[in-house]
Design a protein around this ligand. Structure first.
Ligand code: ZN
Ligand code: ZN
Length: 808
């Protein structure tokens, strides 16, 4: 080797650069190393408690390029929140080359990157017959592959992952230690020689009778079995999945029956974008989402003429589609020219199974074959669901690929105490807050199922261990009967921690404030929170609220009309109960019978035990008042003949009504035909509320006129959007007549209705309001844990400040 003599010129500089954010375990140090080589810099890079520290010296211009490239072209999975550059003396950096320094383990952050779909390079490798990892189903590198699902403990390195029993072969080891390789320090790497293996079994244990001529390898055999109409269980990244051909109605129907999953649309997976485009309308944003590292299920409008088996998504005008999220899925689908159904491997309501023995026992009555492998799953995780609304991707279920990416809290929360927020009852997630960062868990599910509840408890301790989190206080929903509230209270009692009860809609509100970066010390803003049910501060059930709020607290400025939920929870399952309660509240039986006895709705009510129902209503027996927008949707949908008797899941009637909405009517019909609502004031409190009497008269009138249901559905949505905006305008003028509120938060599960959301948002913006809405956090109950945590933090900080100011 030749000695090189470097002449140092006077425009050399040295910097101490601190990079914070999600920069560990994503190939950041090798990236820094490569850039340092390219720009001829010396120094070193290491992980520390705040992220990555770089001590670097070199030519001024080169340093500038170095920092520019680092900032604008970081590794794909990195998320930089801040780069802090401080000039230091040249003497602090020794002569020599640039090196990657070992990290001080105790000071290293415990941040975990979400699982990522195969990157383009890895994908190329598994399809390249000359590559070492040709058709290897666990191919990954620093830029892709599993993370949360394999991580058992901290720090994040191979011995604390489920790959601990797979020692690297020589070739893999070389890649692992080479900073020029994209597999440098990639913990889960493996290959045919040293890594986990996949195999196919009959789930009943009998020998596999797949013809050898079609069995090139397991992946091809799986594809053939799917084509032949079999149902298969496949061990995916975060748990078992059930798969079948999406074009075979008989098979899809069998899958639904065996899984006991009625109604809810089934997710689809296709090998590439072109295949999805044949069945769905894919916009630019949607294409980006489908191809992103998170590889979520994207809700897409379907082409009316190209349909799959009707049983895939009955009553819907959309399909939920995704692209393969692991090399295994790519290999299975590579010869499949149309989409497959890919749904979680469980019976309805339960969490999906994650280990081989469980799958063999619990899925044998559903699947005939099972694709197993020996890479363990440390954390069960579902697929994420995203929908583009008003041109913006919005996460409806935040799980694989998104969780547990931290959400940075806005300014003011930097010194918040550590908080554990327990979330709600349905679509549960929980949240750990610490050091100005919120870790919102992946989607857990509905806690009323005992297995899901057990999984919830397990996931909380898993996260607490991985993120070294021990709470200073615990936040729960105000609802005394939520299992999450009960568990939170028990934990708080057990460890003598303060408990904070957070109102459901305030939590929705605060979650939206957090992700829109609204600072802690902001003035209260307006918000419309529409959802199914939430426990109100007055002990009644809320669900359509107009609030003025900040993080610390809220005032209820208006609501939907409180109407009895006839039969309590039964009203969620049988939409007609809401129709009956509404009609009785508006006009009573005599008036309804006099004017509308020709309607099928009249006959429908006649067949019900009206005497008993009326007694329940008049005496308030099992009929709690609820100001719920979700139940209003149920009532209107059932009146139009949509899901009149039963629904199979909450919100089904509203979803089917939305699917029917006539586009022409929405866009071009005279505003006067939109169903009218009024805004009177409640006698008891003087609070304005949304009164649907006019809507009911118009809707029932349309029924008499045999107006097509799609037109009625459109008129309902338009009318509802109108009254929401009128209410916001009315609430925006403070009683003292000074100033006006200009910002409006829109949140709550009802706003997942794209038609309603876009109508309301555009109307408010035309009227000069700034609208804040959810994007990275679900607007449904999957987002409230974040809101609970932020409110609890705000209250604690307020208290600390008060204590401080009284001490002064
Ligand atoms: Zn890769
Ligand atoms: Zn290997």
């Amino acid at each position: 080797m030749m000695e090189t003599v470097t002449v140092r010129t006077s425009n050399e500089q040295a910097f101490n650069i601190q990079v914070s954010g999600l920069v560990q375990g994503v190939g950041f140090r090798p990236k820094v190393w490569q850039l340092a080589q390219r720009f001829d810099l010396r120094g070193h890079v290491s992980n520390n408690g705040n992220g990555v520290q770089i001590l670097v010296a070199g030519e001024e211009d080169n340093l500038r390029h170095f920092i520019h490239d680092l900032t604008h072209n970081p590794p794909p999975l990195a998320k930089i929140t801040e780069i802090f550059t401080m000039p230091i003396s040249l003497s602090e950096i020794p002569e020599g080359t640039f090196v990657i320094a070992g990290s001080d383990k105790s000071a290293v952050q415990t941040g975990i990157v979400p699982d990522a779909a195969p990157c383009p390079e890895c994908l190329k490798e598994i399809l390249d017959p000359f590559a070492r990892r040709f058709r290897y189903p666990f191919t990954n590198c620093t830029h892709c592959g599993p993370r949360l699902t394999i991580q058992e403990g901290i720090p994040y390195d191979r011995p604390s992952t489920t790959l601990k029993n797979f020692p690297l072969c020589e070739a893999c080891l070389k890649e692992y230690h080479d900073p020029r390789d994209r597999r440098f320090h990639a913990q889960p790497i493996a290959c045919h020689a040293c890594g986990p293996k996949v195999w196919l079994e009959r789930i009943d244990g009998k020998p596999l009778a797949v013809h050898s001529d079609m069995k090139l390898d397991e992946a091809d055999a799986v594809c053939s079995l799917l084509r032949k109409g079999h149902i298969l269980a496949i061990k995916g990244l975060g748990g078992f999945q059930l798969a079948c051909d999406a074009t075979q109605e008989e098979t899809v129907r069998r899958l639904r029956a065996l899984k006991q999953r009625e109604g809810k649309p089934l997710a689809l997976m296709a090998r590439d974008l072109e295949t999805i485009r044949r069945y769905c309308v894919v916009g630019e944003r949607e294409a980006e989402l489908l191809q992103s590292a998170a590889a979520p299920i994207v809700i897409l409008k379907r082409h009316p003429e190209m349909t799959l088996a009707p049983g895939v998504a009955p009553g819907m005008s959309t399909y939920g589609c995704m692209l393969p999220n692991s090399p295994l899925h790519h290999l299975i689908l590579c010869c499949m020219t149309h989409p497959i159904v890919l749904t979680s491997g469980n019976h309805a309501g339960e969490p999906q199974w994650i280990n081989n023995d469980q799958a063999n026992v619990h899925l044998k009555d559903i699947a005939e074959f099972v694709v197993l492998h020996d890479r363990g799953i440390a954390q069960r995780i579902d697929d994420s669901v995203v929908k583009v609304m008003d041109q913006v991707p919005r996460v409806l279920r935040r799980s694989r690929g998104y969780a547990p990416s931290p959400i940075w809290l806005p300014s003011g929360f930097e010194h918040s105490p550590a908080i554990l927020a327990m979330g709600g009852e349905l679509k549960n997630t929980f949240c750990l807050l610490k050091d100005g960062q919120a870790l919102l868990s992946h989607h857990i599910g509905d806690l009323e199922d005992s297995l899901t509840y057990a999984d919830y408890q397990r996931a909380i301790s898993h996260y607490q261990r991985l993120f070294e989190h021990s709470p200073d206080s615990i936040a729960v929903d105000l609802h005394p009967e939520y299992l999450s509230s009960k568990l939170g209270r028990a934990q708080a009692n057990g460890s003598h921690l303060p408990i904070l009860e957070i109102q459901h809609h305030h939590a929705h509100f605060a979650a939206c404030l957090v992700e829109n970066g609204v600072r802690l010390t902001t003035e209260p803003v307006l918000g419309v929170i529409l959802d199914g049910l939430g426990y109100g501060e007055d002990g009644t059930i809320w669900g359509g609220e107009f609030l003025l709020a900040d993080y610390g607290g809220f005032t209820r400025l208006g609501s939907f009309k409180p109407v009895p939920m006839l039969g309590g929870p039964q009203a969620i399952k049988e939409p007609w109960r809401n129709t009956y309660a509404h009609v009785m509240a508006e006009m009573g039986w005599a008036e309804f019978a006099m004017n509308y006895s020709d309607l099928p709705l009249f006959d429908h009510f006649e067949m019900k035990p009206r005497m008993m129902l009326d007694r329940m209503l008049s005496h308030g027996i099992n009929s709690p008042l609820a100001s719920s927008c979700g139940r209003l949707f149920d009532a209107a949908a059932a009146a139009m003949g949509i899901c009149t008797e039963n629904v199979l899941h909450e919100g089904q009637a509203a979803m089917e009504m939305e699917a029917l909405v006539d586009d022409e009517t929405i866009r071009h019909e005279d505003e006067l035909l939109a169903y009218p609502f009024s805004i009177p004031r409640l006698k008891s409190s003087g609070m304005p509320y949304v009164e649907p009497l006019g809507m009911w008269q118009a809707l029932l009138g349309d029924l008499i006129l045999h107006t097509p249901v799609p037109v009625m559905a459109a008129r309902f949505h338009k009318g509802l959007a109108n009254v929401i905006c009128s209410m916001v305008t009315q609430c925006s003028h403070p009683p003292d007549g000074h100033g006006r509120h200009h910002t409006v938060v829109l949140s709550g599960g009802v706003f997942q209705n794209q038609v309603l959301f876009e109508l309301v948002k555009h109307k408010l913006e035309v009227e000069g309001f700034t609208v804040l809405s959810n994007k990275q956090v679900p607007m449904n109950d999957g987002g409230i844990a974040l809101g609970q945590a932020a409110i609890a933090a705000a209250r604690s900080l307020q208290e600390t400040n008060e204590v401080r100011s009284t001490c002064v």
